[in-house]
Design a protein around this ligand. Structure first.
Ligand SMILES: C[S@@+](CC[C@H](N)C(=O)[O-])C[C@H]1O[C@@H](n2cnc3c(N)ncnc32)[C@H](O)[C@@H]1O
Length: 429
């Protein structure tokens, strides 16, 4: 099939970060283009419901275009928007939230300014590796293909993780066989890096010794291993725990389980925590649903409030409970391991709480939102990493009589099409 070329002008940035050109043929999505760009583009040949194209030539740059901060931008697939001015970037991030709300009939008056992110703050990442004839390639998976793009730097990440790329690559060159792949989760904790490697290999004694030496040489807090067999993951095993891998919530150290959920940046987490504390101030009993390892439960309990923390991950709940006990907050924290989609908190259970905190995964918390909509809980604080599922649940809550007071976007996922937000709902008295 012959390629088709067009000359277009880009009108806006779409929700995925691609530039959007409105043309006589319809909307065309063009990655790494900026509003106002005049471009020669090649239309994608694969038929699909959305028209896509790639830049062949930049004929004239739009007024907001700027140099990206990373040499891997547009190749590695990790970032979608680094190439527009700060002002345009922030307006785009704002629109991710305001457009999702508008789609559910909720106006922008409640949406506050975006709390900006900064480079060098992201404290967790997931890397991919594969052994080639020239050693291990370590980097990110491209968006649409399943290719690993090698990266030597990543300005979004904390420097401690970037500095670890090369030692990790050297280790994997020894551990992988030709063509074999590995997936590596790295989190920066208060005591050093917490690293989990998943690979199609079970460990022999000699390999364990090498891993222990590697952890010592690189001052890792913990190194875990997870065998992969035909795409299925085996049990995650701690090879060495040199130091307890801890994250501090309101000064309370929590030893997190391997590959546990932690907010992407400590700074973003502080903004979310402060908003949660402000909105729940004056409450006597708070439910923290989707509580993880206690990012909100522990600060709320430290303020002398009784908290019921619920999450489906038993290991995270155990970490939270241990931390509360060590901090002498046991009497303020009750925990439960529970799947809140299958067994949400029912009317009888909800009625004892003055405030409910919700921080679900990307899919949102529709089942629980419906039950809250019928409840008399005075305050709901909703933390979300997905404006679309949040807007759906917000509509349910508003239809149930809640006022949506504020929505604050927090740019925890710098340069990506993701945005965090924290919102407060109050039931009118
Ligand atoms: C976005 S994280 C938030 C964790 C915590 N609030 C924090 O800020 O660190 C979402 C949490 O929801 C939990 N989760 C996912 N599905 C769940 C379900 N069906 N029921 C209960 N918890 C669930 C995950 O284990 C994870 O800890």
């Amino acid at each position: 099939m012959n390629s088709r070329y067009l000359e277009v002008e880009v009108n806006s940035l779409g929700s995925g970060g691609d530039g959007v050109a409105e043309t006589g043929e319809g909307r065309i999505f063009i990655p790494y283009s900026a509003p106002g760009d005049h471009l020669r583009v090649r239309l994608a040949e694969k038929p699909s419901s959305t028209m896509r194209a790639e830049i062949v030539e930049r004929l004239k740059d739009g007024p907001s275009r700027r140099e990206p901060v990373c040499p891997h931008f547009s190749v590695c697939g990790g970032c979608a928007v680094q190439h527009v001015s700060e002002e345009s970037y922030r307006a785009w991030k704002y629109s991710l939230v305001s457009d999702a709300l508008a789609h559910r009939g909720i106006g922008p008056a409640v949406v506050r300014q975006v709390v900006p992110g900064r480079v060098g703050l992201r404290r967790r990442t997931r890397l991919h590796a594969r052994l080639t004839a020239r050693g291990a390639v370590l980097g990110y998976l491209t968006v649409r293909s399943h290719r690993i793009v090698p990266v030597s730097e990543c300005p979004v990440l904390v420097p401690a993780i970037v500095d670890f790329f090369e030692p990790l690559r050297a280790l994997l060159t020894k551990f992988l066989s030709r063509g074999q792949e590995a997936e590596i989760a790295v989190t920066l904790c208060g005591t050093g890096l917490d690293v989990s490697i998943a690979m199609g290999k079970s460990l022999q004694l000699a390999e364990r010794k090498k891993l222990v030496s590697f952890a010592d040489a690189n001052n890792l807090a913990r190194l875990s291993w997870q065998p992969l067999q035909r795409g299925k993951v085996g049990e995650l095993e701690t090879v060495i725990r040199r130091l307890p891998p801890t994250i501090a919530y309101a000064g309370i150290n929590v030893e997190i389980p391997p590959d546990a959920f932690v907010q992407a940046t400590a700074e973003g987490e502080a903004v979310l925590r402060d908003a949660v504390l402000a909105s729940t101030a004056g409450s006597r009993r708070v439910a923290d649903l989707f509580a993880g390892c206690g990012a909100f439960s522990l600060p709320v309990a430290a303020a002398g409030v009784h908290v019921t923390a619920i999450d489906s991950a038993a290991d995270q709940i155990a970490s939270l409970e241990n931390a509360a006990r060590h901090a002498m907050l046991g009497e303020f924290v009750r925990t439960e391991t529970r799947d809140l989609n299958r067994r949400p908190l029912m009317a009888e259970e909800l009625k004892v709480f003055d405030s409910v905190i919700l921080d679900p995964p990307r899919a949102g918390a529709m089942v629980q939102a419906k039950l809250l909509a019928d409840s008399s809980v005075p305050t709901v604080v909703y933390v979300s990493c997905n404006p679309a599922s949040f807007a759906r649940d917000a509509r349910i809550m508003i239809d149930g009589g809640y006022d949506l007071r504020t929505v604050t976007p927090v740019d925890q996922f710098l340069f990506s099409p993701h945005i965090e937000l924290v919102a407060t709902f109050r039931r009118p008295i």
